[in-house]
Design a protein around this ligand. Structure first.
Ligand code: NAD
Length: 542
């Protein structure tokens, strides 16, 4: 059978284009003679050229634009480049650079990617989905641009987020790119700067009420079920209250998850599991005190209690080992200002307004910072943790770096090098005494591509919290002794694909054990996952 695309249209198709790597035979048979210079590249030479061109861009946004154009012209080369240096390139394709890209999206936009589903087209969502050229979509990452990273309402400019996230599904989890679809649900924006920007490309209307939002999302979810029946929906960067409400509404009804809530919880859990390998105390013996009782803190606390229950504790005992401290002080039973979801952690404890005092009283083995308050883990806090623990676990998870509750250097210095440390934002290695510590980064990228791969390979019909616990365990068990020796409790980012394929195997075990797929269980789940993983290489098209 002859290949259906020929000539210039083939060179413009990112999925099949090989650019200068088309062989002489392919150039003859596919009508490419004269459309390319005489030299025939290998993929390796093209990778070398791409890295040279990338190095010539002198800003991170410039590098983002370059990589985005590469994705538009030659997908194979784009993913080959990402796979070659994930630790170096992920911060360019995703956070932190994607934040800058969203802020300037109207300006840097070259070629559109993904689908814009606007509330002005209410009643026509199915028609919009059918305009997508691929009929078997397996993953949609969808945002409404209302809470982009820590940057707030960026309206339709938020499209860079689903695009970036899905690139990581492929680069780090091995999900083939043709099955992925980035979606921006355009509900307008309340950002007056954007509304007054002539280059803004989204709907120019105020955001709707929660009821209107829910009604439109319902139309979207139902349309996805009909048009792409095997599709998993990942909600991303919705405002906290909308995110929680939509997850509760859909998690048992369709195949979906929310990475901000569940992925964050799982990556923190993976960190705690990694830390237990240094401290020697199992999860069921950990006592965790959170600074911050918002969506991140409660999400982590919820998944952590479930993981403790799987280790044999009763739910009540697990909850009693977790305490939260918010802007008004320690969450305890006499507080009258608590949300329903905070109440399971409101124990009979004294009313304490100082975090270091709360440490002396609760004697946590770990503190997790999800407060957005920079420097909140001050010297007194770290010293209190070092007094009550031989190896205090200290996780300042607030992002970006400027919001981190402490730096890696502070945690190691003030604990005399005894801290088991990981953070939300990356920190460079720290020298203390004659030792160099390598701080780990609790980045959700360890988790969601593994979940995606497992769902894709098994055709799972639901995404459950137990699957996230399995992903966390899968990540934690791949931390090597040599990593632990330098204090690193997450696997190195240079090994992301390997890490995630193995974590995906753990997730697939849960999918089959719980009957979350109609597919028959193969004997070798690791082989199943590997067989589904996308490899960026050229295939003969002649
Ligand atoms: P949120 O606004 O829902 O919650 C913030 C919480 O911090 C609230 O409970 C608030 O009462 C508390 N707080 C504020 N000021 C305080 C103070 N001075 N003392 C004590 N408590 C205080 O925010 P969120 O969505 O839960 O996110 C919190 C942080 O977690 C953010 O910085 C975010 O970047 C980070 N986060 C990190 C990751 C990751 O690293 N993987 C993932 C998600 C969120």
């Amino acid at each position: 059978m002859t290949f259906p695309l020929r000539g210039a249209p083939l060179l413009r198709d990112p999925r099949f284009n090989k650019g200068t790597a088309f062989t002489e035979e392919e150039r003859e048979s596919l009508g490419l003679l004269g459309l390319l210079p005489d030299g025939v590249d290998t993929l390796e030479t093209q990778v070398r050229r791409a890295f040279t061109q990338l190095a010539e861009k002198n800003s991170n946004l410039g590098k983002y634009i370059y990589l985005s154009s590469l994705q538009d012209t030659n997908e194979t080369l784009f993913y080959r480049v990402l796979r070659q240096a994930p630790a170096e390139l992920l911060p360019l394709v995703y956070t932190p650079t994607v934040g800058e890209a969203c802020e300037r999206y109207g300006l840097i936009m070259r070629r559109t990617k993904g689908l814009y589903v606007g509330i002005n087209h209410k009643g026509r969502v199915k028609e919009i989905l059918r305009n997508w050229p691929v009929s078997d979509v397996r993953f949609i990452v969808v945002t409404n641009g209302n809470r982009i990273l820590g940057l707030g309402d960026l309206g339709a400019n938020g499209m860079a987020i689903p695009i970036g996230k899905l690139a990581l599904y492929t680069a780090c989890g091995g999900v083939p790119p043709e099955f992925t679809l980035p979606v921006l649900i355009d509900l307008g924006t309340d950002n007056s700067k954007l509304l007054n920007d002539p280059l803004y490309l989204g709907l120019r209307r105020p955001r709707p009420s929660a009821a209107e939002l829910d009604e439109f999302v319902e139309e979207f979810v139902e349309a996805v079920q009909e048009v792409f029946p095997r599709c998993c929906i990942q909600f991303e960067d919705w405002a906290g209250v909308d995110a929680m409400r939509l997850l509760e509404k859909y998690r048992d009804r369709v195949c979906c998850f929310n990475d901000d809530i569940q992925g964050t919880a799982a990556v923190a859990l993976a960190g705690l599991m990694g830390a237990t390998r240094i401290t020697g105390k199992p999860l069921s013996q950990q006592r965790v005190l959170f600074l911050g009782a918002g969506s991140a803190g409660l999400g982590i606390a919820g998944l952590l209690t479930q993981a403790m229950v799987l280790e044999g504790l009763s739910l009540k005992d697990a909850q009693s080992q977790i305490a939260l401290f918010d802007i008004h002080g320690l969450i305890e039973s006499t507080r009258t200002d608590l949300h329903e979801f905070q109440k399971p952690y409101a124990h009979e404890l004294p009313s304490i307004k100082d975090f270091a005092d709360a440490i002396e009283m609760f004697k946590p083995t770990a503190i997790v910072g999800v407060s957005t308050v920079a420097r909140a883990f001050d010297r007194r806090v770290i010293e209190a943790m070092a007094r009550v623990n031989e190896r205090p676990i200290i996780f300042p998870y607030s992002n970006p770096t400027s919001r981190s509750e402490c730096t890696a250097e502070e945690a190691y210095q003030w604990s005399q090098g005894r801290a088991v440390f990981a953070s939300g934002s990356p920190f460079p290695p720290v020298r203390y005494g004659d030792k160099t510590f390598v701080p780990g980064q609790g980045n959700n990228v360890y988790i969601f591509p593994a979940i995606g791969m497992a769902v894709y390979a098994t055709q799972a019909t639901r995404v459950t919290d137990e699957m996230f616990i399995a992903a966390a365990r899968g990540v934690a068990e791949q931390v090597m002794q040599s990593d632990l020796d330098v204090g690193l409790i997450y696997p190195p980012q240079s090994e992301l694909l390997r890490t995630e394929l193995l974590a995906a195997t753990r997730v697939a075990e849960v999918i089959y054990a719980r009957g979350l797929t109609r597919m028959p269980r193969p004997d070798d789940l690791e082989a199943l996952i590997r067989a589904h993983a996308y490899i960026p290489e050229y295939h003969s098209l002649g």
